[in-house]
Design a protein. Structure first.
Length: 229
């Protein structure tokens, strides 16, 4: 028996035809995912397979599903490596569409940094660290990802943080990293590193304007905590 395809479903249940007739915004998450998957299994329609993917998260949250890796997606019957990769690719495209334009963005406050980088940070299971190089008017010259660590820490040297800003002749920098745990409270290691970075950047005549920790729950500015500047 062949896999159940879209065309074998009753016409009123076919997601592709429904999208053409009523628009993509009218379709459920399962229907949109079914269009990507195209085929089901011998036992289940593609819509049922799509719903099973969504059920990998208790709340059927697309945000949480997007965090799953290829192996986790393949736990669903009917999702092989090709379909799992397709799902990951779609989520990555959605992530890139939602990213703001970084270069020539002006940083006026810590929330500007959060809005600029939340799409890079809130959907991650590993810690990542970024440095934002700024000109004299606080316009972004370049955003540089300098390290990726584990689930609880990321290790970098002063040279790794300051290398790109020095090359770019940046007037100031902002350090950013994420906490996958969701708790944005700075650790003792975060605070100690910030103090040392402030001293090192001052020697190079580069101002450390802030160190911001981002998570799914929001962010913490070490400048607003009185730790920076």
């Amino acid at each position: 028996m062949n896999n159940i395809t879209m065309k074998q479903l009753p016409i009123e249940e076919r997601p592709q035809e429904r999208l053409l007739n009523v628009g993509a915004e009218a379709l459920s998450n399962a229907e949109l995912l079914a269009i990507i998957l195209k085929t089901g299994t011998k036992e289940e329609t593609v819509l049922q397979v799509a719903q099973n993917v969504l059920m990998l998260d208790n709340d059927n949250s697309l945000f949480n599903i997007s965090k799953l890796d290829v192996k986790q997606l393949m736990e669903v019957k009917g999702i092989g490596i090709t379909k799992a990769v397709q799902i990951k690719a779609v989520f990555e495209l959605a992530k890139r569409i939602s990213k703001p334009k970084i270069q020539r963005s002006k940083i006026k406050c810590s929330n500007d940094v959060y809005e600029l980088l939340k799409h890079e940070c809130v959907n991650e299971t590993k810690e990542k660290m970024f440095v934002i190089s700024l000109d004299i008017k606080n316009y972004v010259i370049k955003l540089t990802r300098i390290a990726t660590g584990g689930t609880t820490k990321v290790s970098v040297s002063m040279g790794e943080v300051l290398s790109e800003p020095v090359k770019l002749q940046a007037n100031a920098i902002i350090l950013v990293h994420n906490h996958p745990s969701g708790d944005t409270k700075p650790s003792n290691a975060d605070i100690d590193f910030t103090y040392r970075l402030c001293e090192a950047s001052n020697i190079l005549s580069i101002d450390l304007l802030d160190h911001i920790i981002i998570s799914d729950r929001g962010y913490t500015s070490l400048k607003e905590k009185g730790i920076v500047g």
